[in-house]
Write a protein that binds this ligand. Structure first.
Ligand SMILES: O=C(O)C(=O)C[C@H](O)[C@H](O)COP(=O)(O)O
Length: 209
């Protein structure tokens, strides 16, 4: 699957922070049970790579990817752990080389028109608008859509269950990303049924203008 195929699997990509390794598999199963298959596990905790490895091995219906990729080593580590795609908040020339060399499906972060142009020149036509709300949210995506109709975005950062349908209504939005589907408090308390319910709601989100 290329990155466009992956983003087409659902309207919402959960941004996941795993603090305890024993939460990885039950959390992934809870999300998949609610219909959310594409998971972005952020490299923000020491257990993140091990969590990806376990999810890749034990939750075959999940399409597990890595978020917060900021260094070349992150790309190598993510692929070795079994990640199917990567996401970054921004982009660097060394990262571009590593991603292309590995043919790793990738969603690079962009926040300005020049960044969109640089990523597109580097061969990317799907991007994460990050941080989406601070970048200008829906108004920014409309403005970018007018000049870059060939670029599809996954806005992330400040998107929630209330604003997601408005983002999803935009023609240049493939899906949205957000942490609200796997909130830290629910994960800490291992409230997997509640997370499945949030995933179900997210899966059912329909675009509204
Ligand atoms: O960790 C990363 O790779 C990031 O780029 C940041 C996350 O995508 C956002 O922090 C999610 O934003 P919220 O849904 O507002 O919590």
């Amino acid at each position: 699957m290329n990155i466009h195929d992956i983003l087409a699997l659902g309207p919402v990509v959960p941004v996941i922070v795993i603090q305890r390794i024993e939460h990885a598999v039950p959390l992934a199963r809870a999300l998949v049970a609610g219909g959310v298959r594409v998971l972005e596990v952020t490299l923000r905790t020491p257990v993140a790579l091990d969590a990806i490895r376990r999810i890749a091995d034990q939750v075959p219906d999940a399409v597990v990817g890595v978020g917060t990729i900021t260094r070349v080593q992150d790309v190598h580590d993510s692929i070795a752990a079994g990640a199917r795609f990567g996401v970054s908040p921004g982009m660097t020339a060394p990262l571009i080389d590593a991603i292309h060399a590995a043919s790793f499906p990738f969603l690079p972060g962009s926040m300005t028109p020049s960044e969109v142009m640089l990523r597109r020149d580097a061969g990317f036509t799907a991007m994460k608008l990050f941080p989406a709300q601070q970048a200008g949210g829906i108004g920014m995506l409309k403005a970018l859509g007018a000049v870059f109709p060939d670029v599809r975005f996954c806005p992330t950062g400040g998107v929630d269950v209330l604003s997601a349908p408005q983002y999803l209504a935009l023609p240049n939005v493939a899906c949205v990303g957000g942490s609200w589907i796997a909130p830290t408090a629910l994960v800490d308390q291992q409230r997997w049924d509640d997370i499945t319910e949030l995933a179900r709601q997210a899966t059912a989100l329909a675009p509204t203008t």
